[in-house]
Design a protein around this ligand. Sequence first.
Ligand SMILES: NC(=O)c1ccc[n+]([C@@H]2O[C@H](COP(=O)([O-])OP(=O)(O)OC[C@H]3O[C@@H](n4cnc5c(N)ncnc54)[C@H](O)[C@@H]3O)[C@@H](O)[C@H]2O)c1
Length: 367
Amino acid sequence: MAGGTQTNNFNDTPTQLRLAVIGAGYWGPNIIRNFFDNRECDLVAVCDRDAKRLSQLPAQIQRQVTLLDDASRVFEDSSIDAVAIVTDIDSHRVLAEAALTAGKHVFVEKPLATSAEDCLFLGKLSQQVKKHLMVGHTFIYNPAVAHLKQTISKPDFGETLYLHAQRLNLGRLQVRVNALWSLAVHDVAIALELFDELPSSVSATGHAYILPGVEDVTFVSLHFPSGKMAHIHTSWLDPQKRRQVTVVGSRQMVVYDDVSLDQKIVIYDKGIDKVLKDGSKPEFQNFSEFQYLIRTGDMHIPHISFTEPLKVETQHFIDCALGRHPKPKTGWEEGCQVVSVLEAAQVSLQKGGIPVQIQYLLGEKVS
Ligand SMILES: NC(=O)c1ccc[n+]([C@@H]2O[C@H](COP(=O)([O-])OP(=O)(O)OC[C@H]3O[C@@H](n4cnc5c(N)ncnc54)[C@H](O)[C@@H]3O)[C@@H](O)[C@H]2O)c1
């Protein structure tokens, strides 16, 4: 791999990022395509220890990109500025450590690692070597989730009370990772982003119906210090493909349907209002003076200009690595918080759903 990072003529700020992707399995090709198509990125290498995976990449990528079967070749190449790790989650810590130690900016697919301790280790290492470490919490880069956050932040929505999420389908069956670490990770990241608050405890139940020891169905409840709740149902053993988040506020309610093409967000002007019985007094004095009325108002479907979330996500990583942002929106701190929740949920799952306090290694959300 010859050459080096392209710079502009004025101040040596890099204008193109030389990047390698490790992992070309099920998800890798999506990340590879987005970096390959981005003109600010020079995708110089794709590595997978399984040669068959490399041979299944599009012909143009096979022609133009160096294909490697050993990740150490990526780390040894000093002309590579950044590495995207899209491998099985057990390998994230080792590969990210090697990439950071070799002085690369690092993107790691979700979840950042299998323990909060490993996330913290990687985060501190990234600070020592002064390189960005970003985790692929894809839905945070989804324009519909951004719109959802805007909607619930408006005074019209009232106070945010709770959310429930469903991420269901028949397949893709996983053999090494359960529905919590494979699917619920997305909704935990969404809940933390929307509520801007860290849950204090979690309870989780689930069952392994297909493969012993690998829960294919999980129900997770997060409890937040403010009284908010998030309930997350995940399964790859369900007749319907559903990816929905419903957020209930004191004045409005909103449904985000990721599967819908034209109604990704629907805002319902619905709620239960406390009104005076005589309709005249601005303040009520006691219980007998008011009643509860169900309000069913209009539905609003906002137009959302949609860009592929992975395009937004990979562009954000490039922007960070090229020095345009001080830190990634989903950096190692956010990765560590999500993994802390998943670890506590896993304990609860194994103990039949008892509430488990979540220990954060970082304290409050780092902004
Ligand atoms: N953001 C999303 O929506 C999304 C969706 C699916 C998967 N993912 C994530 O993507 C990652 C990969 O998942 P997947 O389903 O593609 O897994 P996969 O098993 O299909 O693919 C992983 C690939 O990594 C390769 N690999 C593993 N260790 C390696 C090493 N040391 N050196 C070189 N190659 C190595 C394997 O040979 C395999 O081809 C996981 O972190 C997963 O959570 C994210």
